[in-house]
Design a protein around this ligand. Structure first.
Ligand SMILES: [Zn+2]
Length: 165
């Protein structure tokens, strides 16, 4: 089934407005940047999140990550099947990757990456960085080919606790 297009005036708009409200509230609260997120499954909000990078000293405490973690705790599963992630701003690469790991069905956002960049959140820089070969990135990423490095993989492959995610 192709993804539903975003339609103003529908439930989509109401949920997206809630994400924006969380973003706005966070400016006064000061937990972090002006970002909010809401996760909806089966037509109801199962979790909300807002940026807590400053309050928690956690560079990964983005609104979408907070919302995904809360949603997964709520449903006690690591996949958010059929869920929609509403974000006040276009998800950064960290949050986009998290949305893929969580297997959300759809993402709807309000402000785009250029609008976020205009107030100092330059996600586009990261998108460009990841396109570079690992050795050319600002943070050098080196592959050391150790002989026994695959031992944990071998153990996982044989483990009765293995779950595919
Ligand atoms: Zn993010």
């Amino acid at each position: 089934m192709p993804p539903r297009p975003f339609s103003p005036g529908t439930q989509d708009e109401a949920f997206l407005r809630r994400a924006l409200e969380l973003a706005q509230e966070n400016v006064a609260k000061g937990d972090g940047g002006p970002f909010g997120a809401v996760i909806v499954q089966d037509g109801r909000v199962i979790a909300e999140g807002w940026n807590k990078v400053i309050a928690t000293h956690d560079p990964t405490a983005h609104a979408e990550i907070e919302a995904i973690r809360a949603a997964c705790r709520q449903i006690q599963h690591f996949h958010l099947s059929g869920a929609t992630l509403y974000a006040s701003s276009e998800p950064c690469p960290l949050c986009l990757a998290a949305a893929y790991w969580a297997k959300v069905a759809r993402i709807v956002y309000a402000n785009d990456r250029n609008e976020a960049a205009a107030v100092g959140f330059c996600d586009d820089d990261l998108y460009q960085e990841f396109r570079l070969p690992p050795e050319s990135r600002r943070i050098p990423c080196q592959h050391l080919n150790l002989k026994d490095a695959s031992a944990p993989f071998e153990a996982w492959r044989k483990s009765p606790r293995k779950q595919n995610y």
